[in-house]
Design a protein around this ligand. Structure first.
Ligand code: MF3
Ligand code: CO
Length: 253
């Protein structure tokens, strides 16, 4: 069952997204060669708690971090730790926050110093894939339409869409119905109704789409060792079109 949100609930989700976006801004400013991923986790968690929220990921199914930091061939759910970023790395930072009973979720990919043009192109394509998906989240459209738009854009540039992780409804629960696959066929799947709030969060690999999970039980990496990137926003379906709840005029994302 999809919980349709009232306007007041949507504003609560936006308020949680605001804290996540502020934390993302601080993390983005701290990314540099030599910085550990644990430091980024600390910066985000400090800000979230200062603003009266809690990191949604912390303790979620036993997850040990407050945020996820996935470097290079890591696809998703990288656990922050002692690893030091190096010039030329790319990383995705996933920050989700709960405040006043509602979650907000976002993810941004960043470059560390100068990176290869191929890595830049992968990140830019992933961002455009997310944008294409967000544009398709309109009342009356179907989930398959959204996935198809993302897949078409990404595969048209010669990259692949990860199949094993999806976007999700969000609200009182971190993960709710519906599941949004980032690939699919037009005119398939459920119709989107006003009041639906979900995440669009494609993971895009430079090589093959297959991933495997490391022994830490969380970190997913590309099987072929190719680079991976991700972007995510939380969006509400409204009568006036997509309302991207984790995007703010004064922040870059
Ligand atoms: N935003 C990610 C997701 O929706 C982060 C999950 S947090 C984790 O899957 F605890 F599951 F890692
Ligand atoms: Co998510």
């Amino acid at each position: 069952m999809i919980h349709l949100k009232s306007a007041a609930e949507i504003e609560r989700i936006r308020a949680s997204c605001r804290i996540a976006a502020e934390a993302m801004d601080l993390v983005g400013g701290a990314i540099a060669p030599g910085v550990t991923t644990a430091r980024l986790d600390r910066i985000a968690d400090d800000h979230i708690r200062r603003r009266g929220g809690i990191a949604s990921a912390k303790g979620y199914r036993g997850y040990p971090g407050s945020i996820c930091v996935s470097v290079n061939e890591e696809v998703v759910h990288g656990i922050p730790g002692r690893r030091r970023l190096q010039a030329g790395d790319i990383l995705s930072v996933d920050i989700a926050v709960r405040k006043d009973g509602y979650h907000g979720d976002m993810n941004v990919s960043f470059a560390v110093g100068e990176v290869d043009p191929e890595a830049c192109d992968l990140m830019e394509t992933t961002r455009q894939g997310m944008e294409a998906g967000l544009e398709a989240t309109i009342a009356g459209a179907r989930l398959g339409d959204v996935g198809h738009r993302i897949q078409r854009l990404v595969e048209g540039r010669g990259y692949s869409v990860v199949r094993d992780y999806c976007g999700h409804g969000i609200g009182r629960a971190f993960h709710e119905e519906p599941q949004l696959l980032h690939f699919g066929e037009p005119n398939q799947g459920r119709r989107l109704e006003p009041g639906t709030v979900l995440t669009v969060e494609p993971m895009v690999n430079a090589g093959a789409p297959e991933v495997r999970v490391l022994d830490d039980q969380w970190t997913a990496v590309t099987v072929d060792g190719s680079l991976s990137s991700q972007f995510e926003h939380t969006v509400a379906i409204t009568d006036d079109g997509p309302d991207v709840l984790s995007r703010f005029d004064d922040l870059a994302f």
